[in-house]
Write a protein of this length. Sequence first.
Length: 434
Amino acid sequence: MAPPVDPVPDTPADRPPSVDRLARSLADTGLPHPLLVDAARSAVADGDPATATERARMIAGATRRAMLTEVVNATGVLLHTNLGRAPWGASVGSDRYAALEFDLSSGGRGSRQDRAPRLIARACGAEAALVVNNCAAAVLLVLAALAPGRGVAVSRGELVEIGGGFRIPDVMAQSGARLIEVGTTNRTRLADFSTAIASPGADVALTLNVHRSNYRIEGFTESTSVADLSGLDVPVVADIGSGLLDAACPWLADGPPSWLRGEPAARQTLEAGAALVTFSGDKLLGGPQAGIIAGRADMVAACAEHPLARALRPGSLVLHALQDLALAYLARDGDAIPFWRMASTRVDVLSTRALAIRPDLVVDTVSVPGGGTLPGVEIPSVGLSLPGDRVGELRAGNPPVIARVTEGSTILDLRTVHPNDDAVVAAAVATLTG
């Protein structure tokens, strides 16, 4: 039940209302009293006393809407970075303690890296794995632990910026490793790496292979594969980024979708000779934000023993979510992984849902993977089309529905909408169309 609202008493037009009484009149917004006081104070200080009550209520409403909240993703972007990338289940929600670093067999202290990382390693064919808080942290830790003060050879065509201004050379500088640029932007051969490794004073500790996940280089190009690099006398670390565990997608009944072709996978990259792979938890893996280091047990152990490992370690919520995710992969249960369930939904199923919502608005459209993965890839989909730009009105709903504008029309792509939210979409569309 909402708290009782204390109405603001009439005050002379030239005098502002009491901040405290104004704040108490906003109690029905559900915000804590200190935030209501802030809204009231801002409204009183802002302008005409006669409109202070209306302004305070608007400020309080804006404050509530600015909170982290659930939304309906109807953009068709499966891994929408601004919406948290991969959606993941709420099975980890509990008010009980977790045996995070407690060994239930011995009753002594355990390691938080004993459970989820071991399952992830099993799922991708690695000897061992380590979880940190994002993929950039995984790369940073690998370089700091395995190549401090030493050279790391990277193709010039793979010196990428991963978003937000973070660049591979900057991450390497922070790690204490020394960047050795190899080849050219569009063509790097195995001989270029061999020359760099043999150069006097190079002291190359690692070769780093970076997947260009958010852009493509086409035309007059040449690159060096992990398999080729593994023939050199230096360990290969492959940053595959997107987190595809296995190119065969054994968790999908119909096997790998055609749009996934060419995406590097952890299992196959390790089989090709990489000593370590690093990848994200919240992209094609389909879990929470995390960074995973997987591969040779001795190198993973060296990373785990580095002081940075503690600074970058994840909490119990992330590890529990990754544990559930890894168990779903090992059970080959793609339907238990929201990202893969959405990505593999058949177009005819989407059409049936769209027709049930508003048959007169149904359109064919395309979804995209998003999240800086698979640039240029489009996945056939079905949605609803409204004339004009209505995205602002959809965002104002409760819950907010996030859509996109394409060629002057507002598109609500059902591939990224959970079937349980079809009623929400239907209500939002009905509100806008009368």
